[in-house]
Design a protein around this ligand. Structure first.
Ligand code: PMP
Length: 362
């Protein structure tokens, strides 16, 4: 079967060399080769996340990284501020609930970013938050939160830990982890990292380690101390998704070679190109330009259009896979993923298919 033009916000298509690497034979994850790979990958991951803090690879999807962030820093009964601008923001709050934290939810309309002023007000009202949960890039609405400003407000008005869901932003959008004072960045291999699903990644600050010492949330598989202790001997605590690690090693090396600033610039350019092309065929972008994501574009559909059918028709007739809307946005938007390995031609094809399919409905 011919490969589709997979334009969802992850998993992303993989280049040929990565696919070839994925057919490599298994290795001993407790041997020297793995230790060397882990060391190189950790160093590259720190560069991309702009951090000197510890980083860990965990065999899990992105949600596992989010859960790690919570279980390693909080205790049941802790006050947590969960800022949500959509589906994935709600999920972060749900994990906090699941571990018995007292979660206060600060929610914003779908398609809108979080407002730093409202966050400041909440922090001043209640100054004993243990942690603030925030999504960097909300994949369900194509909104990029003003993370730097939000981190500033959190640091200026509280002593809370800053836990960031960067699943769909990291490696495509700048995150200055240390400079912005982020305690945990949570991300996952199947997004801008240009690898298959299977590996979650987290950064873990000094302040997060202090919180770890007093954290009584139940944990075993996601206990970050196990990852730290094993890292010291060049091993993972548990058998890792080796094939995904091989692919990720390759893409991390390529990122460093290409230069991360160039990668951010390329994402920003292709995102602008996508918005312009959508506007050219008479469609509007859901978020305001200033907050539009560099990795996924959410496009509003005309009211008379059934978005679910549109996405299915485009798949059937063009072999192009677009993302639909989720929850409140179901049927109302289409989303075009443009993270990782992508060319303008992929976007042109997707927009043409969208245009022709919409025209047929008139
Ligand atoms: N957060 C965001 C912003 C995401 O885009 C996703 C995945 N689409 C997740 C969290 C959850 O990641 P996973 O499906 O890998 O668990």
């Amino acid at each position: 079967m011919e490969d589709s033009n997979l334009r969802i916000p992850g998993p992303v298509p993989l280049p040929k060399d990565t696919l070839e690497i994925m057919s490599r034979q298994m290795i001993n994850h407790r041997g020297l080769e793995y230790a060397m790979m882990l060391e190189e990958m950790s160093s590259n991951l720190k560069s991309v996340l702009m951090t000197k803090s510890d980083v860990y690879f965990i065999t899990a999807s992105g949600t596992g990284a989010m859960e790690s962030a919570i279980v390693n820093t909080t205790s049941p009964g802790d006050n947590i501020l969960s800022i949500s601008i959509g589906w994935f923001g709600q999920r972060f709050g749900d994990i906090s609930d699941a571990y018995g934290c007292k979660t206060t939810r600060l929610e914003f309309e779908s398609g809108e970013p979080a407002d730093p002023e409202k966050i400041k007000k909440e922090l001043l009202k209640n100054n004993n938050y243990k942690a603030v949960l925030i999504t960097h890039n909300e994949s369900s609405s194509g909104v990029r939160n003003p993370l730097k400003e939000i981190c500033e407000v959190i640091k200026d008005n509280s002593n809370a830990l800053i836990l960031v869901d960067a699943v769909s932003s990291a490696a495509g959008t700048r995150i200055s982890t240390d400079a912005w004072g982020i305690d945990i960045v949570a991300t996952a291999s199947q997004k801008s990292w240009i690898a298959p699903p299977g590996i979650a990644m987290i950064s873990f600050s000094e302040k997060a380690w202090k919180a770890y010492k007093s954290s009584s949330s139940p944990k075993y598989y996601y206990d970050v101390k196990q990852y730290k202790d094993y890292l010291e001997i060049g091993q993972p605590p548990f058998t890792p998704a080796l094939t995904t690690m091989f692919a990720l090693q390759n893409s991390l090396n390529r990122m460093i070679e290409d230069g991360i600033e160039n990668i951010f610039e390329k994402h920003s350019e292709i995102a602008k190109f996508t918005r312009t092309k959508a506007n050219d065929i008479g469609l509007q972008i859901l978020p305001k330009e200033e907050f539009a994501s560099d990795t996924v574009t959410a496009i509003k559909l005309p009211e008379n259009i059934d978005g679910k059918k549109l996405v299915n028709d485009i798949k059937d007739n063009y072999n192009i896979v677009l993302g639909g809307g989720q929850q409140k946005l179901a049927g109302k938007i289409v989303r075009i993923g443009h993270m990782g390995w992508i060319e303008k031609k992929d976007i042109e094809d997707a927009i043409n298919a969208l245009k022709e399919t919409l025209n047929k409905k008139n």
